[in-house]
Design a protein around this ligand. Sequence first.
Ligand SMILES: C[S@@+](CC[C@H](N)C(=O)[O-])C[C@H]1O[C@@H](n2cnc3c(N)ncnc32)[C@H](O)[C@@H]1O
Length: 155
Amino acid sequence: MKVRILSIGADKSGLFEPAIAEYLKRIRRYVPVELVELPPSKKGGIDPQRAREEEGQSLLSRLKDSERVVVLDERGDLMGSEAFSREIVQDAMNRGRDLAFLIGGAEGHSAAVRSRADRILALSPLTLAHRLARLVLVEQLYRGFAIARGEPYHK
Ligand SMILES: C[S@@+](CC[C@H](N)C(=O)[O-])C[C@H]1O[C@@H](n2cnc3c(N)ncnc32)[C@H](O)[C@@H]1O
């Protein structure tokens, strides 16, 4: 099993990168994990619909057939950490499936991305900056593996 996080944009602020790097390092104790940053569309701020579609194509073109696709979106299903561990992390472990998590840009996800999703997941009903969504995702992934192993990180 492998995990990839495909994300539009980079963390230019530098605020979240050290924490994200730390959780990626911790997740690598369990599985290979890769963060793939994709450039935002040049249409951002000018033509939001076009930007969403271009970024969606960029995300979709990088998916592999072997991957179960989890699209992150504030309008998606809300689940607790134990359900996330069971239904996403442990399910993939048990089936030997790879996981791809898709994080959109400033304009969110296109209809094409939503329709490709095996699961649409909200980390909260709040709208998070994409780089903060990344950080919450990697912490929850680490927590999800710790739950699966019965390790004390999750209380
Ligand atoms: C700034 S948000 C995009 C907001 C955009 N206006 C929309 O309607 O989707 C950028 C990306 O961060 C992720 N994101 C932000 N808040 C989230 C949340 N509460 N749950 C899951 N993902 C979230 C999503 O992948 C989203 O596409």
